[in-house]
Design a protein around this ligand. Structure first.
Ligand SMILES: Nc1ncnc2c1ncn2[C@@H]1O[C@H](COP(=O)(O)OP(=O)(O)OP(=O)(O)O)[C@@H](O)[C@H]1O
Length: 386
């Protein structure tokens, strides 16, 4: 019964005066050779109208008008042998979408005269109503103007360092654009091809986090490119083993031991740069303040981990860091901890760190699954005489 309307239709019989209705077989055209079930005829038909708001449907409709002889949806999305992930991308490759240059100029003009908050409102309106071809490229071109007020606020909170535009600043701007878009009744921001904002980043723009993420990737890449080839065989072996542990997220505890002046600090600075270059967090701590100046971004272990001062008197000490604090956020996200001059620290300092990392990261592996590199030279430690 379900196929009845496809095969038959009911029409009024012209011959009778009473308008009697009769079933007639539908005109279906001729079969297409090698395509069972497909018919062809010379009838003119209509394609459904689709609103540009239903983005992928709209782009599919656009392609149906321009691509000749497609045999499947995949075929429709394929341009010169490359199958696109979306119909929008295929439309772009076919040159069916208009250039976004006038939207680019609009945002450039706004950047010169408007407050970043007003720019974000403008960008949200543009996303919602202007059917731009590639909003992600516009975001990329103007993300710094769109988040300038947030950058300024973070800079005022951290007057002793030059704050760079980092992912957390851009994330806050994206969250604001998303809120404004939703207030206008628009879709979620990913629908427009923009990065998904992280909503639970309350402590992300804290001084602690800014300090650990405020690195210039290009400068670090240049430093790595200049120094990595200089490593001697043993340095390269240590470097590769530690980098593999970080990249594969195996965690583990390493001890970098070599006589003084043989390049331990050289290797650790290279590892720090390599990790930070990828926007990951790498903490560099040392036991004494003066040695902290030798490591890039170095701090004393007591300051970074809030170690208790009376380590020798406590049986099982742990760091004074609560789970909701900014320090905890840094330790939860960090991939590497380098502890130089490790032989100068009390063994309970390492036990306290181990306990704290396990607790903060909800991970029972050694050091909560973070790769920890201890570095020093026992030969330089004076014998303790009691
Ligand atoms: N492969 C290398 N190529 C060029 N210079 C290097 C290399 N390895 C080490 N150096 C240089 O040698 C000097 C001493 O190295 P470094 O300070 O890293 O040694 P160290 O083992 O940390 O010493 P200490 O135990 O006294 O702290 C530094 O100036 C460093 O830049």
């Amino acid at each position: 019964m379900t196929s009845l309307p496809r095969v038959f239709c009911i029409v009024k019989c012209q011959a009778t005066t009473h308008g009697e209705k009769k079933w007639h077989r539908r005109k279906q055209g001729e079969d297409v050779e090698n395509w069972p079930g497909v018919k062809k005829n010379d009838a003119i038909s209509r394609v459904y109208t689709v609103s540009p708001r239903h983005q992928e449907c709209y782009f599919l409709r656009l392609l149906l008008h321009h691509v000749r002889g497609p045999t499947s949806f995949e075929d429709l999305r394929t341009h010169e042998g490359h199958m696109c992930g979306t119909y929008r991308e295929a439309c772009l490759l076919y040159g069916l979408l208009e250039d976004d240059e006038h939207w680019n100029l609009t945002l450039e003009d706004a950047a010169a005269t408007k407050h970043p908050k007003q720019m974000r409102q403008l960008f949200a309106i543009m996303l919602h109503t202007c059917e731009m071809s590639n909003p992600a490229v516009l975001w990329d071109n103007h993300k710094e103007s769109l988040s300038e007020d947030i950058h300024y606020r973070v800079q005022c909170e951290n007057p002793d360092m030059e704050v760079l535009y980092n992912n957390d600043i851009l994330n806050e701007a994206l969250v604001d654009v998303q809120d404004r878009l939703q207030a206008l009744g628009g879709s979620s921001i990913e629908v427009y091809g923009l990065p998904t904002p992280q909503l639970n980043e309350g402590a992300a723009l804290s001084t602690e986090m800014t300090r650990e993420t405020n690195y210039n990737s290009e400068e670090l890449a240049a430093f790595v490119a200049a120094n990595q080839p200089k490593m001697v065989h043993d340095q390269a072996t240590a470097f590769n083993i530690i980098m593999a542990s970080i990249e594969e997220e195996h965690g583990g505890l390493f001890f970098l031991d070599a006589p003084g002046g043989t390049g331990k600090t050289f290797v650790t600075n290279l590892i720090l740069a390599k990790v930070r270059q990828k926007k990951s967090i790498a903490l560099a701590v040392v036991s004494s303040g003066i040695a902290a100046t030798l490591l890039d971004g170095g701090r004393t272990a007591h300051s970074a981990f809030k170690l208790p001062l009376d380590l020798s008197r406590q049986e099982s000490p742990s760091c004074n860091i609560s789970k909701a604090s900014a320090k905890a956020n840094v330790l939860q996200r960090c991939k590497l901890i380098i502890w130089d001059e490790a032989t100068m620290s009390h063994k309970r300092a390492f036990e306290a760190l181990d306990r704290t990392l396990k607790f903060l990261r909800n991970n029972d592996k050694l050091m909560g699954g973070v790769t920890v590199v201890l570095s020093d030279d026992f030969r330089q430690t004076l014998p303790v005489i009691t």
